[in-house]
Design a binder for this molecule. Sequence first.
Ligand code: ADP
Length: 561
Amino acid sequence: MKLKKRKFLGGFNRFRLMLTLGLAVLLPAAALIYVNYSQLRAIERDKGIEAIFHREFQDVLLYTEKKINKKAYTMTEEARDLFPSPDSDIQEKEKKLDLILAQRPWLSHAFLFDEKGLVFRSQPGLMGDKYFREEHDQMTESNRLWFGKEGKMLLEALRKKSRGISFSGGQVKRENGDAYLAGALFVLPQTATDRIVLGGISYEGCYLNGILFQDILDEMVSQKSTDQGGNRLAMMIYPADMEMGKEIKPLAVSAGWGEGKPEVTRKFDDFRGLAMGIKFQGTSVEALGRTWVHRSFLILACLSLVIVGGLVLTKHVVSKEMALARLKSDFVSNVSHELRTPLALIRLYAETLELGRITTKEKKQEYYRIIRKESERLTALINNILDFSRIEAGRKEYEFRQTDIADLVRNTLDSYRYQIEQQGFAFEESIDPDLPPVRVDREAIARALVNLVNNALKYSADEKFLGVKLYRANGSVKLEVSDHGIGITRREQSKIFEKFYRTGDPLVHNTKGSGLGLSLVRHITQAHGGEIAVESTPGKGSKFTLSLPLAGTPAVSEARA
Ligand code: ADP
């Protein structure tokens, strides 16, 4: 009944533990893992990483365009500052414009329009190209007409711009193929606002690369690549009206572009007709996104494993602690019971003797013997408990002395011989007479032997046999205690040496014991530098073998637990 209740309580505690672990740890951990997992799935599905990269690409492109614009404005302003005054005569104007063109080979045309008409000069070095010549003639004509008609309106629009400059661009023809031409139209700053004076220059596309684009692209690539987690960027500038699917003929390309199309593009606002493209060197945003998602899944899986491992470990440790707590409470009730029984017996027999009712000598002898035996049992139990508490407190000390071990074993057994035979045990004793002296703590070894013998007597049911052997083997002395008792299952064999542990056999539960004996035996053996082993078959019997090394027994007279 008692056993059942304890089992039930144990089960209840276990249930509570599982519930706590489940609610307090497992549930939040599982929720965390699930939330992370679904977030990762959403990122994977919505291509979240790609979107982030694309947004950053847009920012880089915008920033690059701003830089290019800034430089283009500065270059245009520098040229504008050298422009002739509208009040100078035509020769003067032509001379000054020609000088500007001579100093800036990347300019194709320079022109000044005022009330007196248009002075349109073109780069002499390019005049050999027939398309360029045609362009010169055509632009001279069309600009004259255009400015004459719309000059006032154009000026008004230009004056609204903060720097008084407006850019435009488009494809033109040259003998060696299509080319890009960028034009800048501006107000001359020192002229009165009521006058219609317009200046302009145009940049020859093939030069734009060298003076405007290339440096900025390279600078941006090296500056922004470090912001992109070590993935190097590549950028290019190309005519925006290239049809989709057609191979892009870039105007300027940063180093490391390699193959492939841009991931993100942006059309220039000012240099109409031009676009910028950006991508990673040697990899794509999609591949990076995929790698990131894969890596995150892997990390999540590893973390989940660690959490599960931690939980299993926690459960294991807590269960062990609970088992130990249960064993301790069993121990207290076992020990109190064990103390009470011999004391009650001693009192009963002593009182009977005191009353003088026992007359026969044999009866008296028997009573005396019972009293002695019970007090011996009490002493053994108390010694075990004292030893155990010393070991637990780390205060157990051993006194090693050269000892005739055969003599020690024989003497210890002698005080048990009568009891053994009385209980109907067949007793087989085999002690090797030629054993060398061994350095041992006599009392401790005797206690170990007594514990082993007591166990053999306690845990034998049908076949009552006790064997004690002392012999030399493999450089050690072996003390063997065997019985034909109830035996111990393989699973429990490793546990019986733990403190408080008692096996689940019904006979064990009906037998008094504290669960301390074998843990003491193990401690004593280890303090001697030896080891204890058990061989046992349930229902057939057990054999405990205590080995003490002959050489190298501890020189110090102390061993702490
Ligand atoms: P106790 O005998 O006081 O319970 P021990 O530490 O001496 O404690 O033994 C621990 C347990 O090992 C015992 O409760 C018993 O279940 C088992 N045991 C020990 N010796 C034997 C044996 N010779 N035969 C069968 N079981 C044994």
